[in-house]
Design a protein around this ligand. Structure first.
Ligand code: PGA
Length: 238
């Protein structure tokens, strides 16, 4: 089965750049590849959705902590759905570390996104300093899943020290973390969950990462901004 390649544009691209990107991506892919998700900035969700012409899926990178009201500058889950988002990243490490998002915030966001029926990609991962406590750090981040229906949720394991640094986690690191996550979900829910790996994924290393049995797809930042690299990665994941 094809594995998912999710691209996180972070705070990059204008409307024209996004339209050109989607057109180039679709041309490079030709027919038959739908195993991808693009998470552009809020301002481009509608544009990317339209430009992809029914191919792949579109997601947001974040969501507000409330359903509506006096929250200047925020965007709700309902608004994301309204402009065509299929899914939403929650708890990306940049949200946790730059904006101080806590597990409590992430649990609330998860509820709001689920209520709108959007697919959720819950991002978890340890800092270098937390690496020796990997199991307890991941389990605490995963605790936001407790009492949730997992049908519409996937997890992305992204070691913070591998994001945007060019340092990819070793196969052993990835297997270890993904096994902890799978066991947590099995023990708590008696069920399974898809897990993406993220952190300096690029065309040169994607095949090796996806060949690890425990990896169901990838979440890509930097390399996803280039349509040629994105197309190459989507094809390798088929
Ligand atoms: P990167 O980012 O691929 O640039 O390391 C990954 C991410 O932040 O999701």
């Amino acid at each position: 089965m094809a594995k998912l390649v999710a691209g996180n544009f972070k705070m990059n691209k204008t409307k024209k750049e996004a339209e050109d990107y989607c057109a180039e991506l679709l041309t490079l892919l030709g027919k038959g590849y739908n195993n991808f998700l693009i998470c552009p900035p809020y301002t481009l969700i509608e544009c990317v959705k339209r430009s992809l012409n029914g191919r792949g899926a579109v997601g947001a990178q974040n969501v507000a902590l409330a359903e509506s009201g006096a929250y200047t500058g925020e965007i709700s889950a309902k608004m994301l759905k309204d402009v065509g988002a299929d899914s939403c990243l929650i708890g990306h490490s940049e949200r946790r570390h730059i904006y101080g998002e806590t597990n409590d915030d992430i649990a609330k966001k998860l509820n709001l996104v689920q209520k709108e029926g959007l697919k959720t990609i819950l991002c978890v991962g340890e800092t270098l300093e937390e690496h020796r406590r990997l199991k307890s750090v991941l389990e605490s981040q995963l605790s936001v899943l407790n009492d949730k229906d997992l049908t519409n949720i996937i997890v992305a394991y992204e070691p913070v020290w591998a994001i945007g640094t060019g340092k990819v986690a070793t196969s052993d690191d990835i297997i270890k973390a993904h096994t902890i996550i799978k066991k947590y979900v099995k023990d708590k829910f008696n069920s399974e969950i898809s897990i993406l790996y993220g952190g300096s994924v690029k065309p040169e290393n994607i095949s090796e990462i996806l060949a690890l049995g425990v990896v169901d797809g990838v979440l890509v930042g930097g390399a996803s901004l280039d349509a040629k690299k994105m197309a190459q990665m989507i094809k390798s994941a088929k």
